[in-house]
Design a binder for this molecule. Sequence first.
Ligand SMILES: C[S@@+](CC[C@H](N)C(=O)[O-])C[C@H]1O[C@@H](n2cnc3c(N)ncnc32)[C@H](O)[C@@H]1O
Length: 321
Amino acid sequence: MPHHPDNSGHEPQRPAPEPDSTTEPVPLSVWLGAQRPAASQRRGRYLPDSTTHPAKMLPAVAATAITAYTQPGELVLDPMCGIGTTLVEAVHAGRDAIGIELEPRWAALARDNLDHAQEQGATGSGAVIIGDARHAHALVTDPQLAGRIALLLTSPPYGHSVHGQVRSTRDSGQPGVHKSDYSYGKTPGNLARGSHQRLLTGFADILAGCVPLLRPGGIVAITTRPFRRNGHLVDFPGQVWAAAQDAGLEPVQRLVALLCGIKDERLVTRASFFAAHETRKARAAGLPLHVTAHEDVLVLRKSPPAPVDHTDEGGTPGNMQ
Ligand SMILES: C[S@@+](CC[C@H](N)C(=O)[O-])C[C@H]1O[C@@H](n2cnc3c(N)ncnc32)[C@H](O)[C@@H]1O
């Protein structure tokens, strides 16, 4: 429609358009995590040494969680921060971030990745504490931080069946594959070492210890997936979901983060050589497995303060004294 100014010389005042709730995009419970392969998501944004960590979160998944649950200037915590994916994505998105990591090697890499993000113009600030996150309350001692965290985003470690670095040995003249040692580290408090029960209990302790650091209504987002141990399927997401509720968190939603891409209406695999190899081996042995192409994202929150009930004000109801 042509627009005619009136003869007062001013543009006529038009009412501000009402937000149209029917056309606002509604976020879906399926997140795209791997439209680009992991290596290309990290190239240039993370230091090359980052590839040596056995179980990194996809940067796109971390970035989606951070924009979904926080505003610029808010504070994000990862109590098992590895090479610092949560922290790097947070500072790039203008949030501040704190990481805890037990293994000095990964903590150093997380700090270097944060410095690298700052050199690239990230506006948030980040810090990494070396220590056992089961004692998070004793590690994060700054009274300015307690009760201020808007989002805790993390992923617990898994067993060997999920992670590993396998290379073809064809190049060295021998057919087959070689699985190299690809562990998180050897520090005794490392939850990836020891029994599955120790991992679950330890993870619940970490969450419980972090609850006082969250602000009321603060979100906890955990990326996790099932794995196989001794040939048996372990419903790790279900166990972590229960452990998080035992730690006093309130369930919000369970989402899916795709670990594959979507192109021309088809799913595109991003499976590692290791994952494809393990799945083929299982299928050859008669177990009809599929390569895992998604992760669970478990979303919980610290209960917001209970609303104040004013209905009783001004008198003693009924038979109560
Ligand atoms: C699945 S990885 C997290 C990777 C991280 N999301 C990233 O993208 O780099 C889990 C991390 O927890 C660390 N970890 C294990 N036990 C820990 C503990 N008790 N306290 C703190 N960190 C721990 C491991 O060293 C490992 O780096």
